[in-house]
Ligand binder design. Structure first.
Ligand code: CUA
Length: 314
């Protein structure tokens, strides 16, 4: 009961979405209660002794005590045992989290300012929304296109840095289908707080079906652009005139754009394409040069889709 993790999860922890979430919670619960009890003993004892042994008369003298071996042994040994329990227990839980089971289903996760891309071995890609089969080990291979990001799924009790120039990995097994929130937990610039994603855990057959689907089946270019925009651009750009990290897109096409270097240009298809592929080339006046290039990450259909979508925002 004391370590009954269900109630604990419901009280102030996120839902337990992975197989190791309950063991993380048990350990955490032990640490919280052990700290509370120690705190009560130390502060309570201090108050009790301060009252009991306070000076009552002016000639009250403190007894001359040099040491007490038994007491000193107990107050050293008991905490030592507790710390070793915490160490052993943490080590056990840590190994559960860190050691990726053999034969896990692999998904590549790529972070960039400020969104997450997911690339599957079948060639299927998604942005902002990751899909995974329920009830089997999933290995995530993380990397970054620009700065250090961190992929954190509170419900899975797991996180891992995504580092430019190297691959890192993490794993989970989510028994229950559902949607789980992902946060970036490494400060990565203006759009850090909106660098979110969702993991959709699906029953195996639904997942396989998703994997086979053409994400843009039956869509016209504007719809393709809208879909892409919603997953990859919204952290920094709005479709109204409102400016976020980057300029809002409403009415952009065909308008005169003023740039930080003093030049200006009428926004056409070439300008939009260049801004996606070489964003540093023409930085709109009043904004910082913070966008990461989308070079090599979009299909021609997706590039045209975004251009057509922006053109439609009049
Ligand atoms: Cu990416 Cu913070």
């Amino acid at each position: 009961m004391f370590f009954g993790t269900k109630a604990f999860a419901g009280s102030f922890m996120p839902i337990q979405g992975s197989t190791f979430a309950a063991s993380v919670d048990s350990l955490y619960k032990f640490l919280v209660y052990a700290s509370l009890i120690s705190c009560a003993l130390v502060i309570g004892g201090m108050i009790f002794f301060a009252i009991k042994y306070r000076r009552k008369t002016n000639d009250d003298k403190t007894a001359y005590i040099t040491h007490n071996s038994t007491l000193e042994f107990i107050w050293s040994f008991v905490p030592f045992v507790i710390f070793m329990i915490v160490f052993g227990w943490s080590w056990y839980v840590y190994l559960q989290i860190r050691v990726v089971p053999k034969g896990a289903f692999e998904i590549n996760v790529v972070g960039q300012k400020w969104n997450w891309d997911f690339i599957y071995k079948s060639g299927r890609k998604s942005s902002g929304e990751m899909y995974a089969p329920a009830g089997e080990p999933i290995k995530l291979i993380l990397s970054s296109r620009d700065v250090i990001h961190s992929f954190y799924i509170p419900a899975f009790r797991n996180k891992q840095d995504a580092v430019p120039g190297m691959y890192t990995q993490m794993w989970f097994n989510a028994p229950k289908p559902g949607s789980y929130q992902v946060f970036c937990t490494e400060y990565c610039g203006e759009g850090h707080s909106s660098m979110l994603a969702k993991i959709h855990v699906l029953p195996k057959d639904k997942f396989e079906e998703w994997l086979r689907n053409d994400p843009y089946k039956g869509m016209n270019l504007v719809q393709v652009g809208l879909k892409l925009f919603d997953s990859r651009c919204t952290a920094c750009h709005s479709v109204s005139e409102e400016n976020k990290v980057g300029p809002g897109f409403k009415g952009l096409f065909g308008k005169k754009r003023d740039f930080a270097d003093g030049t200006s240009l009428l926004a056409d298809e070439n300008y939009i394409r260049e801004s996606m592929m070489m964003p540093a080339k023409k930085v709109v006046k009043g904004f910082s040069n913070v966008m990461t290039s989308f070079q090599g990450q979009l299909s021609e259909q997706e590039v045209l889709g975004v251009i057509e979508y922006i053109k439609s925002l009049q």
